[in-house]
Ligand binder design. Structure first.
Ligand SMILES: Cc1cc2nc3c(=O)[nH]c(=O)nc-3n(C[C@H](O)[C@H](O)[C@H](O)COP(=O)(O)O)c2cc1C
Length: 339
């Protein structure tokens, strides 16, 4: 068991979900290509096709592309399963079947749309909210940002300690600068963690293997291959930039001296903000990539208010979605033990 835990952190044997495309339905609008945070798709002969950025179709986000497809031309099939080693997950889910929301259990109609009327407004927002990666350029007015942060202010927190703090960035130049700085640090890290080409996948250089093994032991969440794939997409591919083209970023900080688990408290505020935003017709996407790169830029941290006693928890890209992005998607079955 212990040995298994230490092995195969680097590109472990994995089954990836697959994407299937109906050529008849697809009109080549490119929304799936532009939204794919893994940059796995490109438009070829007018149709989305696998870019070949990786040795195989390494998609972990299941339905993010089908959520934005106006024609219903895309389906994702199968689930993400690691078969052995540190990140083995073949045995942790009750089944390999993903399902649309089933709020009424077996009474939920086959087509989720048929039960929407029976949902509360809150449930509707929860089930249909998606991470939005297609934004209009139009800026979000200050009152709207204040309104969604107000929803965050009323999140529960341990001992009511309210450890959160927000830095709202709407200055396009500052956002660009932040993107550039993040990419500058993320690029070499990505090269350390991930092979560059098809051939390198075969060779699997020992340096990358060693790095991933040690790193994943120290920071299991960040050593997961899915993080390396996401970082590679941001640093290597043309469409993708850190804030996904959103005109506003809310940096969410928390006071390290708060009671108990300040990350948990602040995450609850984040979710309130995100849900309030979607209920108002805004789009959001959490951006987790900034933390490590910003360690290298103390001046920028100061400018953003990330100074003691505050630390950065996450950022939220906010803007008006370009077309329909919020839709129900499928998810892994819940793991529940009833005692
Ligand atoms: C802590 C955190 C960090 C995330 N960071 C990023 C990011 O840097 N870039 C991105 O495109 N999506 C990011 N996401 C969005 C996830 O990919 C997304 O929530 C997940 O695929 C589920 O899809 P959904 O939000 O549409 O339901 C992040 C989500 C969380 C919770």
């Amino acid at each position: 068991m212990l040995l298994e835990n230490l092995r195969q952190a680097y590109l472990p044997p994995t089954t990836w979900p697959r994407m299937t495309l109906s050529e008849e339905l697809c009109d080549g609008c490119e929304r799936c290509v532009k939204t794919c945070p893994m940059q796995i798709l490109e438009l070829r002969d007018g149709l989305p096709a696998f870019t070949g950025l990786y040795d195989e179709f390494r998609c972990v986000l299941y339905d993010s592309c089908l959520a934005v497809c106006p024609k219903g031309a895309i389906k994702s099939v199968g689930v993400y399963r690691v078969h052995s080693g540190r990140y083995k997950n073949v045995d942790v889910f009750p089944s390999d079947e993903t399902t649309y929301p089933r709020p009424f259990g077996d009474d939920t109609p086959e087509d989720f749309a048929d039960c929407e009327e029976r949902l509360t407004e809150t449930e509707r927002v929860i089930f249909k909210r998606r991470s939005v990666r297609l934004f209009k350029k139009q800026q979000v007015p200050r009152e709207m940002i204040e309104r969604i942060i107000e929803a965050g202010r009323f999140a529960p927190s341990a001992g009511n300690n309210q450890p959160w703090k927000f830095t709202v960035v709407q200055d396009a130049e500052l956002l660009q600068d932040l993107c550039k700085k993040t990419e500058m640090i993320a690029r070499p890290l990505s090269k350390l963690a991930f092979p560059n080409s098809g051939e390198e996948f075969e060779r699997r250089p020992w340096r990358q293997k060693a790095f991933a093994t040690v790193f994943s032991y120290k920071r299991p969440g960040e050593g997961d291959q899915r993080v390396a794939i996401g970082v590679k997409a941001v640093t290597d591919m043309p469409y993708h930039e850190v804030f996904l083209g959103a005109p506003t970023a809310i940096l969410v900080l928390c006071d390290k001296r708060g009671i108990g688990n300040v990350d948990l408290d602040t995450a609850l505020a984040v979710e309130n903000i995100v849900l309030a935003a979607h209920s108002l017709g805004l789009g959001t996407c959490l951006i987790g990539l900034l933390n490590i790169p910003l360690l290298f830029f103390p001046q920028m941290r100061k400018k953003l208010g990330i100074v003691h006693p505050f630390k950065l928890l996450t950022a939220i890209s906010v803007g008006y979605p370009l077309g329909v992005c919020d839709r129900a998607v499928r998810r892994e079955p819940a793991r529940i033990d009833w005692l």
